[in-house]
Write a protein that binds this ligand. Structure first.
Ligand SMILES: Nc1nc2c(ncn2[C@@H]2O[C@H](COP(=O)(O)OP(=O)(O)OP(=O)(O)O)[C@@H](O)[C@H]2O)c(=O)[nH]1
Ligand SMILES: [Mg+2]
Length: 447
């Protein structure tokens, strides 16, 4: 199974005729439509109109009933084909709102929208399975609700669903369990590959952060030129390009490349961005993709520092929440896009966010500023290497052990005297102990 890679969406033409009215409800304050607008654009919708409301949730319609009528009127006037709602909607609310709208107009909530984007970009088997799992988990409670209502009312056609029985629910559950099984076997393969890379002396650094923070751009900046041919067999996901675009969720899968650092051999992994207000089942469906972050040796948490402090704070909180439970690696915050702000603004943001983002490294991935400092920081934050001095007897195997040490650690001195080689080097503790046992296995020629 080859690794996933970022792909430019190519199915967007097919969505060209989708026109959406955006709707959002908030309990207090004013509703901010910026992110849902970006999501709708990323999913290929043209924006036909906007409606917001500040009030408590209406149990039947989400928005107030009067507001829904206003919405229906706006939809007809603008000839919209969809209503995109930036709230979590229950199945009944979706149904009720849909009934008020002109015939054929579909209601899409925030999660469905994100799933549409993911579905369109899923290129690998793993990504496709994850999307399908998320879709089914979205459907399951809806199917259960319909099944129990149909049973109670003895109306199989309830909610205009046509023929319906409990077998739909059973099929969903069976498919979910099949997908989980396949995904977990893919995850196992990936875990084995990660361990193999660690065992060959690589430190694993993951780029994490809110969607559109600049992770993929930074990845390209840090990545060394790579001989793809040479690595194609051993590391199937090395060498694929990490694309950048000013769009949410440009990257869906994971891409791993070698980073160019002085002393340590680092593999850098770029992956899907985080976003706020995702239900746990959606995050869980993408769990094995996020494993590359959770199981890294160091996480670089990339933040778009050109945004206002309030947004940076909200996005940092989302990122820490997503990382919180499963991540074990140290986190180093990277303030990206600093080409868009002056020294004063940067200093203000540093101090305003010092609790959530202690001691951040400021960089511009596009301009290349701060990149050397970031490289140094990465080396400083990676778990310490051990220092060792081994004296090896000269045998037929000795030079291959020496070159193994060169490949897996950082050799400081190497000296030859008589029938002995002395190697002083630094490496991960596991590598040092392996080197010791390799040295112990060397039998001097005259022994
Ligand atoms: N001005 C400026 N723009 C940047 C910088 N880094 C990235 N960008 C832009 O920000 C946008 C998003 O960059 P990406 O690298 O795609 O971001 P990402 O975090 O990988 O985003 P997703 O994969 O969509 O989650 C692109 O338009 C980049 O050109 C930077 O240092 N300065
Ligand atoms: Mg990306």
């Amino acid at each position: 199974m080859s690794g996933e890679h970022a792909d430019r969406p190519n199915g967007r033409e097919t969505n060209a005729n989708r026109r959406a009215v955006l709707a959002k409800r908030v309990d207090a304050g004013t509703a901010d439509l910026e992110e849902i607008e970006q999501l709708a654009a990323a999913a290929g919708y043209e924006i036909a109109g906007r409606i917001t409301q500040t009030r408590e949730e209406d149990a039947a319609y989400l928005l107030g009933e009067g507001k829904v009528e206003e919405l229906a009127e706006l939809v007809s006037r603008t000839d919209a084909t969809h209503v995109v709602v930036d709230n979590d909607m229950g199945p009944y609310q979706t149904f009720n709102v849909g009934k008020k709208l002109p015939e054929g107009v579909e209601v899409v909530d925030r999660f469905t929208l994100i799933l549409e984007i993911f579905a369109e970009r899923a290129r690998t088997r793993k990504a496709q399975l994850q999307v399908e799992l998320a879709e089914l988990r979205y459907e399951l409670p809806r199917a259960e609700a319909k099944a129990s209502l149909a049973k109670r009312d003895e109306r199989p056609g309830f909610m205009g669903l046509g023929e319906y029985d409990e077998s739909v629910e059973r099929d969903i559950k069976r498919r979910i369990s099949d997908i989980r099984e396949e995904l977990s076997s893919i995850a196992k393969t990936e875990r084995a590959r990660r361990e193999e890379r660690r065992a060959s002396g690589f430190d694993l650094v993951a780029l994490a952060g809110y969607t559109n923070a600049g992770k993929s751009t930074l990845m390209r900046r840090l990545a060394a030129e790579l001989d793809v041919e040479e690595n194609a067999d051993r590391h199937p996901d090395l060498g694929t390009t990490a694309e950048s675009e000013d769009m949410l969720f440009t990257t869906l899968g994971t891409t791993t490349r070698r980073a160019e650092l002085d002393r340590r051999d680092v593999l850098l992994t770029d992956t899907v961005g985080f976003i706020s207000d995702l239900p746990h089942w959606l995050v869980e469906s993408f769990e094995s993709t996020l494993d590359s972050v959770y199981r890294a040796d160091l996480v670089l948490l990339v933040v778009d520092a050109s945004e206002p402090v309030r947004e940076m704070r909200e996005k940092l909180v989302t990122c820490h929440d997503t990382l919180h439970e499963r991540n074990r690696a140290p986190i180093c915050t990277v303030f990206n896009k600093v080409d868009r702000l002056d020294e004063g603004e940067l200093a203000e943001k540093r101090s305003a966010l010092s609790t959530l983002a202690p001691n951040p490294i400021a960089v511009s991935a596009t301009e290349g500023t701060g990149i050397d400092a970031l490289r140094e920081r990465v080396e400083a934050e990676l778990p310490d290497w051990e220092r060792e001095r081994l004296v090896l007897p000269m045998t037929d195997e000795t030079m291959s052990v020496v070159s193994w040490i060169h490949d897996h650690g950082h050799v400081e001195t190497e000296s030859y005297a008589g029938d002995q080689v002395t190697v002083e080097f630094e490496a991960k503790p596991a590598i040092v102990s392996k080197a010791r046992s390799k040295a112990g296995e060397l039998t001097p020629v005259d022994a």
